[in-house]
Design a protein around this ligand. Sequence first.
Ligand code: MN
Length: 202
Amino acid sequence: MAFELPKLGYAYDALEPHIDARTMEIHHSKHHQGYTNNLNNAIAGTELEGKSINDILGNLDMNNGAVRNNGGGFYNHSLFWEVMNPEDRGYLSGDLKDAIEAAYGSKDEFIAAFSKAAATQFGSGWAWLCVHKGGKVEVCSTPNQDNPLMPGVTCGGTPILGLDVWEHAYYLNYQNRRPDYIKAFFNVVNWNEVEKRYAEAK
Ligand code: MN
């Protein structure tokens, strides 16, 4: 079974004004579709064909550039769409709130740490909130389409919140103002989904 571009759970314009419809449409229908197609081409006829994306990334040969870039791109964007929502987002609560406060002191200090990781990732990449076995959470960033599931990548653990800081994610609306885009992202974070992923991963 080839990988398929996941459908968005909301309309392209649903995250406006924080993320504009044109950016969402190009990002999902062109960029994410491209990673999906290129991943399928890269694994066709190899031992990776038919494996889950988590299995592929968790056991990745980091020298396999096509699978690293496109498998990462496929996974990262699939997560990204789901950790945003125009409505019914919930709020930071429960065990995840406790874990974030244990690691960062408060929700605001966590947002500051995550925003700093996103703002200071040089060039293209992602900022992440990861959870380690046992429930401890950690913020990190990765270049390009790498992610914490891959062998030897920065914080490790399971990513439960991710922010795309490639220019294609914000340039149409924010141009060079990446910090404004990062700030806007926190208006559309789907805390219900992040909390669900935390419970599954810890
Ligand atoms: Mn992207």
